[in-house]
Design a protein around this ligand. Sequence first.
Ligand SMILES: Nc1ncnc2c1ncn2[C@@H]1O[C@H](COP(=O)(O)OP(=O)(O)O)[C@@H](O)[C@H]1O
Ligand SMILES: [Mg+2]
Length: 237
Amino acid sequence: MSLLEVDGLAVSYGPIKAVRDVSLVVEAGEIVTVLGANGAGKSTSLQAIIGLLPAQQGRVRFDGHDVTGESPERIVRRGMTLTPEGRRIFAPLTVEENLRIGAATQVRRGNTAELWDQMMELFPILASRRRQLAGTLSGGEQQQLAIARSLMSRPRLLLLDEPSLGLAPIVVELIFDLIGRLRDLGITILLVEQNVHQALDIADRGYVVSGGTVVLEGTAEALKASADVQKAYLGQA
Ligand SMILES: Nc1ncnc2c1ncn2[C@@H]1O[C@H](COP(=O)(O)OP(=O)(O)O)[C@@H](O)[C@H]1O
Ligand SMILES: [Mg+2]
């Protein structure tokens, strides 16, 4: 049984069919990347998988449960979480307040103190800025905060939507390092990325989405070698 199985997903915004036919699987322990041009339907797919948008067609199974149509809160409690594109941190709140909000699903399990310590270890920059307003952090720090906030729900599956978008190359390295460490901690990752080289370097497998449809899938190695992927994304003929 795969950790995540998406089968024939379709999502519309009114008359606009943003996602037509997306099927993918993620096995526990993998990093799987989703590549595709702007507007291909990547973010819409992630939002439907986590229950923020309704699936018009298709099914989403997580950890053996059909979660299609469930609320995001319920899906997060099951162990899946999304770090959205554009970070969406709460700018007027402090780093610590942002993290406490992320822990909301955790409170009943009574283990936030341990989780907090783990976050401070994973993100030392956030530890030193815990009373700072989130809006005053740099882009890379805000991205770390967004990821840390997602981790406060103790996910087994983390959906990451363009975590390196708009960051300087050295900060991009840091974010990819972090993704590798999260995998080592046992978190399975579905990664949407524009940095195709780095995404295929870290991922086990990948899918290419175009016009709301999965048009290509394979191991990261196979995708790197694919003429179509090279032509479209890797700047080689
Ligand atoms: N809130 C929205 N309302 C209407 N159309 C949208 C909305 N969000 C995205 N779209 C459209 O849906 C398509 C897929 O968008 P998106 O999933 O954001 O693509 P990607 O993440 O791959 O760049 C695009 O054509 C986009 O313009
Ligand atoms: Mg997007």
